[in-house]
Design a protein. Structure first.
Length: 561
């Protein structure tokens, strides 16, 4: 379950904020919390529902990592000398121990986070060990601190620098401490020319590195011994704006990815010092034109980017805004070759995206909302005629494929798409998502997703009858003629894409054998004469009638005197 500090506020929580009187029972009875809150508060939330669980109070800022057992571990320095060592200390904090002690005191046999619990930070402290305050008899320029170079191979990289403002004063002390015991492993003095601006890159593959921004070179050192391993190597394609704000970075799986304000991004093999690839934002998203005042799309984040699923996530933008400039993108870059996988309209410089279980959470300054990116669940429907279906005439099978992710259920989205939010192809995703969620114009070239139609016929045979593709509204249709009589089950399947999970459904129909209806034919009457004979007969009848009439008239005349 994730922890988070209380520095972020908003309306996403459905439970009371940490630190206020909250329910202490399932029935909802409120109990006043009398704990005095000082320092940093860490809050635990359910990773599935987002519901608040508990708070760890009276803490301090830490460098957080995760150990092999999945425990959330924090390392921090206490500069106070009011301890048994009379020296500043390096401290290790364990979230699992904090919850274990805080929720079971004094019985420590189960780990059960208490709902709405308030747990002292001190319950999670594993150990405190003294830190060096001098080297070769000379005092350090300041207290050692846990460096952004990180924790690797069981070693904590720590530094103490003599700086002249933003620049080096001529040297920096670097040291390695055992992450399990807090014991010092090595300490050294890195001499640098005065007024040099340099940055340490986080360790991976047992190597951390130093970037000298004056000479645009990188040098690698062993995190376990402090010895130089390779370099200096020269960086290509350094932009003039890179000197602004320094480099930001993230290391993963033996590669360090780092970038500067000038928009150039590097991937360096930390074991060998070889640059795997480099690119820049103009190559990735095109020229900035007049949308920015820098002639490039800058990258200047407060903290690092993120790596997950073989992709590097970094945002275009700059700190200390306004003004926001038009067209900034959240970038997803292929870790292998540096090519753009996808991008989304977003201006995010507050933090690197948070990624867990295939979902990325990032803040967007353009609309001041938090977005979750990931594969979305889908729903597919299928309809087939249920009357007058025969084996002699084709029928049309229809249906829809819609996005049923949580975002699609929001009132604004549901009102704009009352028939459901259609699923679209991966190639259409960028422009479509911008239109759906960020009030951008709807693209006119949207394409849909593939649908496979299959049947189980009355003979028990399951077979595919064809494939089709949805349109921009999410609808599909397919014409097919049943080939044998009897009952059919019709299956519609959407296999899924990089953007959506798949879905399937079914319906039924009955096809009958239809006997062709023959056109009516004239049946001759037996014994009737030919047309000529009939005509003569009619004339003869008329003559007879006339004769009979004349005779009647003669008889009537004779009766008169």
């Amino acid at each position: 379950m994730p922890f988070g500090t209380t520095t972020l506020t908003g309306n996403l929580l459905t439970n009371p904020a940490p630190g206020v009187p909250q329910s202490s029972s399932a029935q909802g009875t409120l109990t006043t919390v009398t704990t005095t809150l000082t320092g940093t508060t860490y809050s635990m939330y359910d990773a599935v529902t987002g519901d608040y669980i508990l708070s760890v109070v009276n803490g301090t800022g830490m460098t957080l990592t995760e150990d092999a057992g999945g425990n959330l571990i924090g390392y921090y320095v206490n500069a106070s000398t009011a301890n048994q060592y009379h020296e500043p200390t390096l401290n290790m904090w364990n979230s699992t121990q904090a919850v274990l002690i805080g929720s079971n005191s004094p019985v420590y046999w189960q780990w059960r986070p208490p709902q709405n619990g308030i747990i002292p930070f001190s319950d999670g402290i594993m150990w405190s060990m003294p830190l060096a305050t001098s080297i070769a008899g000379a005092a350090l320029p300041g207290t050692l601190s846990v460096n952004g170079g990180g924790i690797e191979d069981g070693v904590i990289l720590m530094t103490s620098a003599y700086n002249l403002g933003e620049f080096s004063g001529g040297y920096q002390i670097e040291a390695g401490y055992n992450a399990n015991t807090g014991a010092q492993l090595w300490i050294t003095n890195r001499t640098e020319p005065e007024n040099t601006e340099f940055k340490l890159l986080p360790a991976t593959a047992g190597i951390y590195a130093e970037v000298n921004q004056n000479t645009n070179t990188v040098t690698g050192f062993s995190i376990t011994t402090g010895a130089k391993e390779w370099g200096p190597i020269t960086l290509p394609d350094v932009q003039s704006y890179t000197s602004v704000g320094g480099y930001q970075y993230v290391s993963a799986a033996g590669t360090c990815y780092f970038w500067g304000f000038g928009g150039t991004i590097y991937a360096i093999n930390m074991a060998t010092g070889v640059i795997n690839w480099y690119t820049n934002t103009t190559v990735l998203t095109g020229p900035s034109g007049s949308d920015t005042p820098y002639s490039i799309w800058p990258i200047w984040t407060f903290t690092v980017g993120s790596v997950a699923g073989g992709e590097l996530f970094v945002p275009e933008g700059h700190q200390y805004s306004p003004p926001l400039f038009n067209g900034a993108q959240q970038l997803a870059i292929n870790c292998t070759n540096g090519q753009l996988v996808w991008s989304n309209l977003a201006f995010d410089v507050t933090s690197g995206p948070a990624i867990s279980d295939g979902v990325m959470i990032a803040f967007n300054s353009y609309d001041n909302q938090i977005y979750a990116y990931g594969q979305g669940p889908t729903k597919i429907s299928v309809n087939a005629p249920d009357v007058s279906v025969t084996t002699t005439a084709p029928i049309t099978i229809t249906g829809t494929v819609t996005d049923i992710s949580a975002g699609s259920q929001q009132n604004a989205i549901a009102m704009n798409f009352p028939n459901g939010l259609p699923c679209v192809s991966d190639a259409s995703m960028e422009g479509f998502m911008d239109a759906v969620y960020e009030q951008q114009p709807m693209p006119t070239n949207i394409t849909g997703v593939p649908v496979t139609l299959s049947v189980l016929d009355s003979n028990g045979n399951y077979r595919s009858i064809g494939t089709t593709t949805t349109n921009a509204l999410g609808h599909y249709s397919y014409t097919w003629k049943p080939d044998i009589p009897g009952n059919y089950t019709v299956y519609a399947t959407f296999a899924g894409t990089d953007a959506y999970y798949g879905s399937s459904t079914s319906t039924g129909l009955y096809a009958s054998i239809s006997t062709p209806t023959q056109a009516p034919t004239a049946t001759p009457l037996t014994g009737l004469a030919s047309n000529n004979t009939l005509m003569y007969g009619i004339v003869a009848i008329i003559i007879v009638i006339i004769i009979i009439g004349a005779m009647l008239a003669l008889l009537v005349t004779r009766k008169h005197p």
